[in-house]
Each structure stands twice: as C-alpha cells, then as structure tokens.
Design a protein around this ligand. Structure first.
Ligand code: PEP
Ligand code: MG
Length: 765
C-alpha cells in the first residue's frame, strides 16, 4: 500500500503546483511531460502516462510518459475500450487494479517494458462531459494505489482537462486561421456631449462606486500617443511587458485563490496559456523584429485572435474573446508603464463597462480591484447580479449604449442602490456620493448591532438565516448573527470555475462551510444550473428558452454522473457535521423529488460499500414552480422541510423573465396570485408540521413583511447584509395584527388594491 497517504490539503497543494507549471514552461508537450513527472513524483508511482483523445480518429494517443519506453510517445495509439486505459475512457470512470493482468481488458503493449508494473490506475480526463484523454499511473508493488490516490488523480485530471482544452482551442484556432473572417464593422454609437450626464439603470448590488471609466479591452482602440505611451519602444520593452503581465496574472490567481478558494481554480489559466503560446507572443516578437512598433504588433495580434475567437462556431472559443482582449489590455498597459511607473496594471480605481459578462468575469474583475461595473444588458435578478452583490461590487445594469463610447478615464459615479450612473460628476455630486459611501459604511457598522434573536413587537420569534453563494460571504453571515445558512447556492463554485470540481474538492468546500458555521444549520441546495447560470465548460445543447429548459434538478437528474459526485460529497460532509441539510431546486413533481431521494440512497449505499463514512441528512425541496404549488400537499408530506424560492416562483407564476430589466414593472410580488400562492404553501407546510422558509429576495421587502408574518412564516433566508434591516423591520410589526392584515389582503383581487393597502399599513418610505 502507498506510504504516501494524500489528504485534502496535499491535494490542493498538488493543484497549486500544477498551476505553477505555467510559470516556466513554454510548449504544450513539455507542459504535459512536466505534468506526468509531477504526478509520478506525488503519487510515488514508477510510471505515469498521459494519453490525449483525438476525436477525428477516435483514438487515444500517448503524449507524455515517465517510466516506460519513451519511443512510444506519439506512436502508441489505443481505441476507445481498448485495454484498461481505453476502457476507463469508454466508461468514463477510474479503473484501479491491484494486479493489472487480473482485468480481462488488460492489454500488454509490446516493447513498453510495462511487464514490471503490476498495480494500475487509469483516470479519464473529461471536459464538458466530453472525453479529453486518460492519465495512468503504474507501480511494481501489488495493490499499490489507495482510494485516496484515485481521488488525487481525479483532481489532477480535472485540472489538466482545462489546460488541455485551452491548448487545444488555440491549436484549433491556428488551423482555422486561413479562413479568417472579415473585421467586425464598428457601428458608431452616439456619444455623450460635454458636461455632466445622469443615466438611469437598475442597481444590482446596493453599493456605491467612484472611479474612471474603462471598457474591457479599451486600450486596443487607443493609439499609442493617446495612451501616453512612449513611441520609441523596443523588443526589450515588449519582453519586460510580457514578464510583468505574466507575474501579475500569477499573482492575481494566487490572490483570488486565497480570497475565494471554492471558486478560483485556474480562472486565469487561459490568459497565462495564451501568453506562453509561441504562436501568440512569438508572433508579436517576430513582427517587432521585422520592424513593427511593439504597441502596433500587440494590438494587431490581439485583434486577430479576438476576431477569430468571436467568429468561431465553437462557443468555448467565443467565450475567450474577453480573455484575449483583457490580456492585450494588460500587455499594452504594462508596455506604456515601462517609463511611467505610476500606471495601474489592473482595474483598481476603474469602473468597467461591458456589454456582457460571464459569472467568472465578475470574479476576475473583482480580483483586479475594480471600483464598479456597468453592464449593458441582463437583469437585476440575474445570477451575474447575484454574484456582484455577493462580491460587493457596485453594479448598475443600463441600456444607454452611449456608455460604450465614453472616452477612457471619464470620471463616473455609480449608485448601485438607486441604479444611477453619473457621467463627469460635478463637485456637489462627488460630495453627496462621498456622504452616501460614509453612511453606508455606518450602516455596515450598524450591522454589527444585529441581535442574535429576532422577535416581532409582540414577542413572536422569527429565525433569520443567510443566503450564501461563495464561501467568502460566510464572514458577513457570522457578523450579522445569521442563525445558519438557509440557502447555499452550491452552483456558484461550479459556475465561476473553468472545470467541474471533483467530489473531493466539493467535500473540502462543503466541510469547510459547515466547520465555519460552528454547529449552525447549513442548507446545501444541489446544483441549480441552466437558465442564466451557464457552466462555460459544459457543452449543453442550445435552448431557445433556457429558463424553461434543462435547469436545476432536471439538469442534475439528466446528468447523474455530475449529480452523484455532488451528492457523495454532501453525504460525506453530512457524516461529520450533523447540521448539514440537502435541498433540491425547482422540484416540479413528487416523482422528481422521489427520484432525487432514491439517488441519495444509492450514493449512500455506494459509499458504505467503499468504506467511506457518510450519512443521509434531512432532505428538503424548493417550492418555486406553479406545479409545486398545486402539488404542495403531497410534496410537503414527502419532504423533511420546504423553502420558497420567490424569485423563480414570481417569474414562473407571472410569466415575467427575472433577468429582463424592462419587465421589472410586471415582476410584482404583491400580485394577488403570488400572495395567494404563498399563503397556500405556508398553510399546507404547517399542516404537515414541516419547517417552511422563504429564501428569495422577497424576504427583504419591508412592505410585504407584515403579510409574510401574517400568513405564519417564521423562517427567512436572506442576503446576509439585509439581515439587520429585516430584523429591525420585524421588531416594528405586531404579529397578531399582521395576521388580520394578511387575511384582508388575501380577499383583494386587483394588484392596485393590494398596493394601496400596503401603502396604508406600512410607514411611508
Ligand atoms: C429563488 O428562486 O427565489 C431562489 C432563492 O433561488 P435562485 O435565486 O438561486 O434561483
Ligand atoms: Mg430559484
């Protein structure tokens, strides 16, 4: 057996080292070779081989190896299902053999010298559920590889998958280069005139920002003089800029991993790989040697890649446009910083303007210290907005396209609470904003005054829990005395990464959350991807209406491989922490809930068979679909607890897209259909003696709190920063009186009548 037992911390270190490989390696093949050496060393294995899958021939080709005959590299080919290696890819699962020859699929490779190696472990490398390759370790000792080793190699395989994909995409790109598409036509936007302008949008994150405007990749549109860059630059200047950019990216990656270790894995991987790619940086250097100015050479090369990415039929490549533009922006900033030490190489102090962003971009921008974000599209309830709020980045979503043609470094004020953007603010506006920022800081201090207990004016106890998207939010949740985590959106660590987290990685993150919550309950909602939550690395069939498509529990049940990995990680964490709970999102029928529960039981039995400690915790479900409201009696009987997802419930009940800003007036929580549905859910759950909570944004709406308490809701899960204000609002409400008010509201048939009544019973704004 292995004398080198890996624990979780060691696993994470392995990954760190793999990331570090980017630091000094040049070509892809030598990267793969270093990877196998490192894996062999870490696993104390005599042999490590890496095969890549070639879709054109449906074969695995040996691309890197340590310990076997090196002449096999590039020549040894296996069909899918051929040998243990081919079988691991065919069945997309690790295969571990104490004695390889016992496996009927074992195939001896003549001339390989592998007859000395008895133990065999093959782990498929999978990306977006597509085969990428297989990594194999072998050793002369019998039964050498442990379950820990299997998990370690799975972690490594998942990390490699991302790197390999990026490298493959680049080579695909180069092949396509001949069919270069025409340059995009620039549609001149109207521009803001001189002076101050106020642009209305929708605030998405309740914080304020001040800074200078920048568009992602904006440096690419500037000429050298406008960017105050010296004109007499040389190849040495370019090399220095390259080195500085690389150092910044690795530093960013490290900082990001410290801050949000659950989500940050390899987020700047594509940037670094691109920078290392000879066909990119080497080409720029060639151009410089041929007499081109470094600035122009960078701009031209970045534009060429960006154009190719943008016009690629491959969605994964199209997503890289932002990465390559960001990289170009950085290189140019560093180039002009050669003689101007003051220039800032990241987004600190800047307000980033973009047409569209992925959730992972929000992480990058936040890691680069941006003062705010303006998005020309998307909705307040979209998940990009939820993430911005979680990261406390001021975000305003606006539709005024003149923002796109603002000159670089235009002063901006961003009020993400009111949804206002002030372009070139005067001294008064700046003063006002500074006051608001100060009073917000005061209100944060007020948050410290939150009480551990919440009661209505007449003494009814109410339980306030925190919603959580990333582990970094735990501190705030603890600061405001949240009684636990009522909704952990576990999909965020999935969304913002570049590859699927493994069972082991998930187990580490979930255990850490439970540990930090010191015995308080934590409700882990299983993956809710689909809709506006896209996994960039998972190839999903295009849907014309994703919110009505393969989302949430439907997605998980359709992808049992992914779902089971998550459930296994949760059951393992639940074993060590009794306060863990599991909740399924978007349950549409009793059948779906039962199917999910059965899968939990399968995972539990599997883990027991493998001798891995696990426990089935309480299983709950979200009530957020009209069908669930209709079936509430059966659902409440089956589940251990329920939670209302008002964001989706309103969206689906009223057929109003939660991500569409223009539809905001129709997104009416006080619509009689909504309040009657809420009443029906709460009443039925209570009849079944099941805990019912509300975890959508509605819980933070002070106008509706009398109604929510009046129908008997006593559990809420909120954005942690909302907790102090909600606690104060609850303390003003008399529960007995609220019950009467709620009864009256339920008799009203018009939206306007409910709105009037809410104005009557609530204090003026
Ligand atoms: C909801 O729908 O109200 C909810 C809490 O879940 P999410 O916002 O993640 O869809
Ligand atoms: Mg929801």
């Amino acid at each position: 057996m292995s004398d080198f037992q890996k624990d979780n911390v060691a696993l994470m270190c392995d990954i760190g080292e793999l990331v570090g490989i980017f630091d000094f390696e040049q070509g892809f093949d030598s990267f793969l070779q270093r990877a196998v050496s490192m894996v062999a060393w870490h696993m104390r294995a005599a042999v490590c081989s890496l095969y890549l899958y070639k879709p054109a021939t449906r074969e695995l080709v040996l691309r890197a190896n340590q310990g076997l005959n090196p002449q096999l590299i590039g020549t040894l080919r296996l069909k899918i299902g051929e040998g243990i290696t081919g079988m691991a890819l065919k069945e997309m699962r690790p295969i571990c053999e104490a004695r390889a020859t016992d496996n009927p699929n074992f195939k001896y490779i003549p001339g390989s010298h592998e007859e000395n190696f008895v133990s065999f472990l093959a782990v498929p490398i999978i990306r977006r559920m597509n085969p990428v390759g297989v990594i194999v370790v072998q050793d002369p000792q019998w039964n050498y590889f442990t379950p820990n080793d299997i998990q370690a190699l799975q972690v490594i395989a998942s990390q490699l998958a991302g790197v390999i994909e990026n490298a493959d995409l680049l080579s695909e790109l180069r092949q396509k280069e001949q069919q270069d598409s025409p340059a995009p036509v620039f549609h001149g936007e109207q521009e803001f005139g001189p002076g101050t302008h106020c642009v209305r949008g929708v605030g998405a994150s309740d914080v304020m920002g001040m800074g200078l405007s920048t568009r992602i990749g904006q440096y690419l549109t500037l000429d050298q003089e406008a960017a105050t860059c010296p004109l007499d630059l040389t190849e040495d200047d370019f090399d220095r800029a390259l080195l500085a950019t690389e150092r910044q990216l690795l530093d960013l990656q490290r900082r990001l991993e410290d801050k949000i270790h659950d989500a940050a894995s390899m987020i700047f991987g594509a940037h670094v790989l691109m920078l290392k790619d000879e066909a990119f940086s080497g080409e720029i250097r060639n151009q410089i040697r041929g007499g081109k100015n470094p600035w122009t050479a960078i701009v031209e090369e970045v534009r060429r890649y960006s154009r190719l990415f943008a016009h690629s039929p491959n969605p994964a490549l199209r997503e890289k446009v932002l990465d390559v533009e960001d990289l170009g922006h950085r290189l140019l900033q560093n180039l002009s910083a050669q003689s101007m030490a003051s220039t800032n190489p990241d987004y600190s102090g800047q307000i980033v303007i973009a047409e569209e962003l992925l959730p992972s971009d929000i992480l990058k921008i936040s890691a680069e210290g941006a003062a705010g974000l303006i998005l020309l599209g998307g909705g307040q309830h979209s998940h990009v907005a939820i993430l911005a709020k979680a990261m406390q980045i001021p975000l305003v979503i606006a539709t005024d396209r003149r923002l796109l043609s603002l000159p670089e470094k235009t002063p901006l004020l961003l009020d993400a609470k009111e949804g206002q953007i002030i372009v070139r603010p005067g001294p008064e506006a700046i003063q006002t904003m500074q006051n608001i920022i100060r009073s917000l800081a005061d209100s944060l201090r007020l948050a410290e005054l939150a009480q551990p207990e919440t009661r209505t004016q007449d003494g009814a106890e109410v339980h306030l829990f925190a919603n959580m998207n990333l582990v970094s939010e735990l501190d705030v949740a603890l600061r405001v005395h949240a009684q636990g985590i009522g909704l952990y959106r576990t999909e965020f660590p999935f969304i913002v990464r570049s590859s699927f987290p493994t069972e082991e990685e998930q187990f580490v993150v979930y255990s850490r959350v439970l540990e930090r919550m010191q015995g308080a309950p934590v409700v882990f909602r299983t993956l809710d991807v689909g809709g506006d939550k896209v996994l960039s690395y998972f190839h999903a069939a295009p849907e014309s209406n994703p919110f009505l498509g393969l989302r949430a529990l439907r997605f998980s049940l359709k992808n049992p491989l992914i779902f089971k990995q998550q459930l296994r990680a949760l059951l393992r964490a639940a074993h060590d922490y009794p306060q863990a709970r599991i909740m399924f999102p978007m349950v549409a029928s009793l059948d779906e809930f039962l199917e999910a529960r059965a899968l939990v039981e399968v995972c539990h039995r599997e883990l027991q068979r493998e001798g891995i400690p696990s426990r089935i915790p309480e299983l709950g479900m979200m009530i957020e679909l009209p069908s669930a409201v209709t079936m509430i009696n059966e659902l409440a009987a089956a589940a251990d607890f329920l939670s209302i997802g008002s964001n989706d419930l309103i969206q689906y009940l009223l057929a109003v897209d939660r991500t569409n800003t223009r539809m905001a007036p129709w997104f009416a929580p006080h619509h009689p259909a909504v309040i009657r549905a809420l009443h029906c859910i709460v009443k039925t759950a209570r009849q079944h003696n099941k805990v019912i909570s509300l975890c959508g944004t509605l819980g933070a709406d002070p106008r509706l709190m009398p109604f929510l308490l009046g129908i008997g809701l006593r559990h809420f899960s909120l954005d942690p920063l909302e907790i102090p204000a909600v606690q104060r609002r609850i303390a003003q409400i008399n529960a007995a009186q609220a019950e009467q008010q709620a009864q009256h509201m339920l008799t009203l048939g018009r939206i306007g009548d409910v709105a009037d009544y809410l104005r009557q019973i609530n204090p003026p704004d």
